[in-house]
Design a protein around this ligand. Structure first.
Ligand code: FCB
Length: 467
């Protein structure tokens, strides 16, 4: 059996987010976030579930960090809850909220686990949503101030600060299809939100670098999917181009090329002049770490009925699926090669050799990492208390093999973070989808390492695995 090995300093980590695991939604001075409001609104979440308690990580973080250490996890990407730190989103700082992340960081460092702090993972303070939320430019400035507050407290020990997790999802699920908080369905608001999220990245990057006690890498994490046409017809290929523009280029172009593809859409064209102020695109293009979240690809066919993109997703027959998505490992290789060739090294125009940070890709641009990858499969405890989640192990083998393939072909991927350490609250789907390497009994909060967790621990120890 071939053995796949990884570069010497490759980082093996896990990722999670505040609202999905912490619970303690109204403790120690935390303010209300849009996810608190959304979950407390009947009909929004499967089975009326909420993250009020979630998996009680706020109280059990020591046990959870010990679990990570047991698995040999080298890095942990967690998110900071803005409303825990600034209950009204701006102004007053809640020291008790900051204290929690302080304790968490110390606990991680005590266990030799590198903290990657993520400032925003979908949970806007409700007070800012009441003033318009991400469609309002002012929210971007509030975010930069919050970034400063967190940086001042944590940057003596945290060396990577990620501004946003999946800003595309924040905008599209929050303001376009309304499946996420704040549950708005408005294409204009979506375009505005997308721009202000990107702008907030640039403003926060400035604030972080100004406040940092030591050198801090500033990153962003994007959800990216290769888009494939359902057929070879010209219409479907054009549909795929449009979907790719909205899904991938909408974020990659501003962040890495300093341009925006918004004008390619009528609604975007209409907005661009008033929305994108002089200097905005220059501010946005600043990055020391690009995190890629990869779960699936998107196959589309032309469909004029669908707003903005005139394309609709289809699910091809004959492939494997999970609780949420098609399983398509090759897409991860395709994506990494594309980012590398088109955005980090390619012409047209290449990423500038050095921005504020050193950049990791051989001095060419930002570090590149997989910051989320995982699969929801219906796990359960077997008669003997073990969780034999072979499907997850297979998924991981096949996907991590594609990362290795990209590395062998010259793409300097620096790390892989699994989503997630533990089963948790999967947004609108509630507790129905399990993504963890660790099984959680949501009644008793008992944690049990799954077979996939043991497998991942072996991979970390060996820095590789047999296919
Ligand atoms: C990503 C999110 C993460 C989790 C996984 C399954 O889009 O960043 O919070 O929900 O999907």
């Amino acid at each position: 059996m071939p053995k796949l090995t990884f570069p010497k300093n490759f980082i093996w980590g896990v990722a999670a987010s505040a609202y999905q695991i912490e619970g303690a939604w109204n403790e120690d001075g935390k303010g209300v976030s849009i996810w608190d409001t959304f979950c407390h609104t009947p009909g929004k979440i499967a089975n009326g579930e909420t993250g009020d308690v979630a998996i009680d990580h706020y109280h059990r973080y020591k046990e959870d960090v010990a679990l990570m250490a047991e698995l040999g996890i080298q890095a942990y990407r967690f998110s900071v809850s803005w409303s825990r730190v600034m209950p009204e989103g701006a102004g007053t700082v809640n020291q008790k909220g900051l204290d929690f992340y302080d304790r968490l960081v110390d606990e991680l460092l005590d266990h030799k686990i590198e903290p990657f702090a993520n400032l925003y993972h979908f949970d806007l303070p409700q007070a800012l949503q009441d003033r318009g939320g991400w469609p309002e430019r002012q929210t971007a400035y509030a975010f930069a101030d919050y970034a400063r507050v967190v940086t001042e407290r944590l940057s003596d020990r945290v060396h990577t600060i990620i501004t946003h997790n999946e800003p595309w999802v924040t905008a599209a699920a929050g303001y376009f299809d309304g499946s996420h908080a704040p549950g708005i369905k408005d294409p204009l608001a979506t375009f505005k939100a997308m721009h202000h999220l990107l702008l907030s990245h640039g403003l926060a990057a400035e604030a972080i670098r100004a406040a940092a006690k030591k050198t801090v890498k500033v990153g962003i994490v994007l959800n990216l999917n290769p888009v494939h046409p359902a057929s070879d017809s010209r219409k479907d290929r054009e549909a795929a181009y449009r979907m790719d523009t909205v899904l991938n280029r909408a974020m990659l172009d501003p962040l890495l090329k300093g341009t925006t593809p918004m004008q390619e859409f009528a609604v975007g064209k209409m907005l661009t002049a008033s929305l994108i102020k002089p200097g905005d695109l220059e501010k946005i293009r600043t990055l020391d770490l690009l995190g890629v979240n990869y779960y699936t690809r998107t196959v589309v066919k032309n469909d004029p009925k669908f707003p903005v993109v005139a394309a609709v997703q289809i699910h091809p027959e004959g492939n494997e699926y999970s609780g949420m998505w098609e399983i398509y490992p090759e897409g991860l290789y395709e994506l990494l090669m594309r980012i590398w060739k088109e955005y980090l090294t390619g012409p047209n125009p290449p990423f500038p050799p050095s921005l504020e940070g050193k950049g990791g890709a051989g001095g060419i641009g930002p570090d590149l990492m997989i910051t989320e990858n995982g699969v929801p499969v219906p796990d359960g405890l077997d008669f003997d208390g073990r969780v034999r989640d072979e499907r997850r192990i297979r998924y991981l083998k096949n996907h991590i093999a594609q990362v290795q393939r990209a590395i062998s072909d010259g793409v300097p991927v620096k790390g892989y973070f699994h989503w997630s350490l533990m089963d948790n609250f999967e947004w609108a789907l509630g507790y129905g989808q399990r993504f963890g390497l660790v099984y959680v009994d949501f009644e008793t909060q008992k944690r049990t390492i799954k077979d996939s967790g043991k497998w991942f621990a072996d991979v970390i120890r060996e820095n590789g695995f047999e296919l």
